[in-house]
Design a binder for this molecule. Structure first.
Ligand code: NAP
Length: 249
């Protein structure tokens, strides 16, 4: 049976890697991001590899846009029973310099966005008696200097995930979180730029602190998502998997 998956923030980075992997696993994939045209590259790559995907433009923090996006996925791909809440932003600053807008924007995309998407798809999962929800947390959930907003949001994602596991388990729906360490994407490149370090040096410095002696790639996270979303993972729920090349953040 072909499952339909929605991956948010999938125009690039980890989300793009996850969308391509789930398509390769045989799912039809809605590649959702703020800008629909930015999703086309990932959709083209999936189609070129023989998979099925559509580009969906929506702001995950906007209730109406989320409802419209999910309705479109139902019409064009079928009822979504796999959801990967991956869309994310950073607005890093030390607490005394953090604006209210920095705080609210980060909460809005990570928490409000995950809530809105999950609420919009859960009835489809209950109806199917099967569902897989995978939420992107971060090693920053354990605390990270300059990321009071992001750390709070990513810790919040873990509590959200565990509660979904408790509420939806009886309907055959699992919910798990993945907490990546350093992954090479535009998000980490932007951090390097902000602190004025060339990205290659930034990666080398990070790799030196990581037990497997390298930084992560979107494919590393996609592999973990693929497991949580698989048919055989139905007894794994409410877990947080740190995918960080070692035991510590
Ligand atoms: P990224 O390269 O910055 O990609 C994030 C994507 O999310 C972008 O395409 C962005 O679109 C989209 N997005 C942002 N706000 C959105 C919204 N309101 N609605 C819909 N889409 C939105 O980030 P990434 O590194 O792949 O990160 C993916 C996820 O993993 C995030 O949740 C992040 O917090 C988490 N994570 C990343 C790392 C890491 O080391 N990279 C580590 C731990 C956790 P625009 O380009 O249009 O803004």
């Amino acid at each position: 049976m072909t499952r339909t998956a929605i991956v948010t923030g999938a125009a690039r980075g980890i989300g793009a890697g996850v969308a391509k992997r789930l398509a390769a696993d045989g799912m039809s994939v809605a590649v959702l991001d703020l800008d629909e045209t930015a999703c086309k590259r990932v959709v083209d790559e999936i189609e070129a590899a023989g998979g099925r995907a559509i580009a969906v433009g929506a702001d995950v923090a906007d209730e109406e846009q989320v409802t419209g996006a999910v309705d479109r996925v139902v019409r064009e791909l079928g009822a979504p029973t796999v959801l990967v809440n991956n869309a994310g932003i950073i607005r890093d600053n030390l607490l005394f310099k953090m604006s209210l807008d920095d705080w609210d924007s980060v909460m809005s995309v990570h928490l409000r966005g995950s809530f809105l998407l999950t609420r919009a798809v859960e009835s489809h999962m209950r109806e199917a008696g099967w569902g897989r929800i995978v939420n992107l947390s971060s090693t920053s959930a354990l605390g990270n200097r300059g990321q009071a907003n992001y750390a709070a949001a990513k810790a919040g994602v873990q509590g959200f995930t565990k509660t979904l596991a408790l509420e939806l388990g009886r309907y055959g729906v699992t919910a798990n979180a993945i907490a990546p360490g350093f992954i090479e994407t535009e998000m980490t490149a932007a951090t390097a730029e902000r602190i004025g370090v060339p990205f290659e040096d930034f990666k080398k410095g990070a790799a030196a602190q990581i037990p497997v002696a390298r930084t992560g790639k979107p494919e590393d996270i996609a592999h973990a998502v693929s497991f949580f979303a698989s048919e055989g993972a139905g007894f794994v729920s409410g877990q947080v998997l740190y995918v960080a090349g070692g035991p510590k953040a």
